[in-house]
Design a protein around this ligand. Structure first.
Ligand code: 5GP
Ligand code: ZN
Length: 114
């Protein structure tokens, strides 16, 4: 997709600090980390938001959870714990309209919901 920041990161035309890559996915450090561990998990396929995922995309989205589990281990936060966040649409504050999960950890995170 033209003018999509994460598509450009996925194709390598904008550099990123990668922690995992395969044919379908990329994981890289967030440029403005909100926790000691803060990476972004993206599919290379351009899907703007969770609302835009079709039935054909849910296997891909499931795989993102497998990758989160693997990356959490690699980054040493699997046992201490971590949070996965998907922002979807304006009220969530989604800034980049290419579906992604934030994986946050490395500190005690404040509660968003009780
Ligand atoms: P959103 O608000 O869309 O869920 O999150 C987008 C995230 O992308 C933000 O946490 C922001 O810091 C991160 N981000 C924005 N631009 C760049 C960039 O050029 N490189 C990297 N690595 N992260 C970025
Ligand atoms: Zn994109």
């Amino acid at each position: 997709m033209e003018n999509c920041l994460f598509c450009k990161i996925a194709e390598g035309s904008i550099p990123s600090n990668k922690v995992y890559e395969d044919e379908q996915f990329l994981v890289f450090h967030d440029i403005q980390p909100a926790a000691p561990t803060h990476v972004l998990i993206i599919p290379k396929k351009h899907i703007p938001t969770m609302n835009d995922a079709g039935p054909e995309d849910f296997a891909l989205i499931g795989e993102m959870h497998r990758i989160a589990q693997e990356v959490a281990k690699t980054l040493g936060v699997a046992d201490s714990g971590y949070r996965l966040i998907n922002n979807c649409g304006p009220d969530s504050g989604q800034a980049v309209y290419h579906i992604h999960y934030h994986l946050l950890g490395g500190t005690r995170l404040g509660a968003l919901v009780q």
